[in-house]
Design a protein around this ligand. Structure first.
Ligand code: OSB
Ligand code: MG
Length: 371
């Protein structure tokens, strides 16, 4: 298909609750919503999950706008693209910037799905109609406040909870939640806040029956995670460290982790996510779908991805109302009583964008056309 135009919508949306991690606190979430038109007049949407600040990743909404406008768009506007693999070949000369590329790749999948009359889940090889999900809870003012907020999510039906930790806010917080919920499926995420030395402090977590400890060490490390994993019974799960299929293979070969969190934005798109999934499935390494506090557009893609057979752990894919009071699609994702969310069944992403909401949340917009 031929891409006739691309629009980049720089969005800022108020979160229902502030979200605090070891790298900062946020009350508004920024992203770049990509919309693309093809020669048949169909529109596809994609979400670039880079945030305002370079805390989780070096990419920001600002770097994504720059890379998309100056480098990605000129390579694809007016070009014939037959598949996501074609797209990846076309942008292979642009080093890094996976989140920027993944935003366009998602819009392409949406277009291909709409053109061929297929839902994204089916195109990716998904097998489930609904997927198990959990909730990711940010750092709170105290262990008591954290246990209380956890209780409210458990009441809503979330059967798996992840809490954020950082040095000084780890053992106490996790112990408080575990004491209040002895049987809850619980995991922690450090977002790279420890070194091999300071991670010694995490030893007591090994006795709290956690599903996993996510990304304790540096975002650019794999080897020290291997050293740490040797000392822990609890599986280490890598998030920030895995940027490609190669990284995933390194981590498996080095035994740096026993679980991998897949985020399409981090690894350059859905096609590469499926490849990492396939590698992990072949090696019996469980994967789960991570989240970046997506709008319902990115969430639709996450649900489709999480319907693949290797996604055997609940994803960070919560209901729409956990994130935003008002979202940018007409559809809303709700939590079922069995802690699942339905995988969209409509063609492409299976969501329709609420143009009024989109424009209300837009800080600025760039329109690009083939010349
Ligand atoms: O590390 O998984 C993470 C959000 C933003 C950036 C990084 C992470 C997260 C989350 C939230 O944990 C997951 C979600 O509910 O979208
Ligand atoms: Mg994480």
């Amino acid at each position: 298909m031929e891409i006739i135009s691309i629009s980049l919508h720089h969005l800022s949306m108020p979160l229902v609750l502030p979200f605090e991690t070891s790298f900062g606190r946020m009350t508004q979430r920024e992203c770049v919503l990509v919309s693309m038109k093809n020669e048949k007049g169909l529109t596809g949407y994609g979400e670039c999950v880079a945030w305002r600040d370079p805390g989780y990743s070096y990419e920001t909404a600002g770097t994504a706008l720059h890379i998309l406008k100056e480098f990605v768009a000129p390579l694809i506007l007016g070009q014939d693209i037959g598949s996501a693999a074609d797209f990846n070949r076309m942008v292979s000369g642009i080093r890094g910037h996976h989140m920027a590329k993944a935003g366009v790749e998602m819009a392409l999948w949406d277009l291909f799905g709409k053109q061929d009359g297929k839902p994204l889940a089916q195109m990716l090889g998904g097998i489930l109609k609904k997927v198990e999900v959990g909730v990711s809870i940010g750092l709170q003012d105290s262990p008591e406040a954290l246990a209380e907020l956890t209780a409210s999510y458990v009441e809503q039906g979330y059967a798996r909870v992840k809490i954020k930790i950082k040095p000084g806010r780890d053992i106490g917080d996790t112990t408080a939640v575990r004491a209040a919920f002895p049987n809850l499926r619980l995991q922690v995420d450090a977002n790279s806040a420890y070194s091999l030395e300071t991670a010694e402090k995490l030893k007591p977590l090994d006795d709290l029956n956690l599903l996993l400890i996510e990304q304790p060490l540096s975002d650019d490390d794999i080897w020290d995670h291997h050293k740490l994993q040797k000392k822990l019974k609890t599986p280490i799960c890598l998030d920030e460290s895995i940027h490609s299929v190669r990284h995933a293979r390194y981590a498996l070969e080095m035994k740096a982790c026993r679980i991998i969190n897949i985020k399409a934005g981090r690894v350059g798109g859905l096609a590469q996510s499926v490849e990492i999934h396939d590698l992990c499935l072949a090696n019996r390494i469980p994967v789960w779908c991570g989240g970046m506090m997506e709008t319902n557009v990115g969430r639709a893609a996450n649900l489709a991805l999480a319907s693949l057979p290797g996604f055997t752990l609940p994803g960070d894919i919560s209901a729409s109302d956990r994130y935003y009071r008002r979202d940018i699609t007409h559809e809303t994702f709700v939590l079922n009583p069995d802690s699942t969310i339905a995988v969209p069944a409509g063609v492409g992403l299976g969501v329709t964008v609420d143009e009024k909401a989109l424009s209300d949340f837009t800080l600025s917009r760039i329109d690009l056309k083939a010349d």
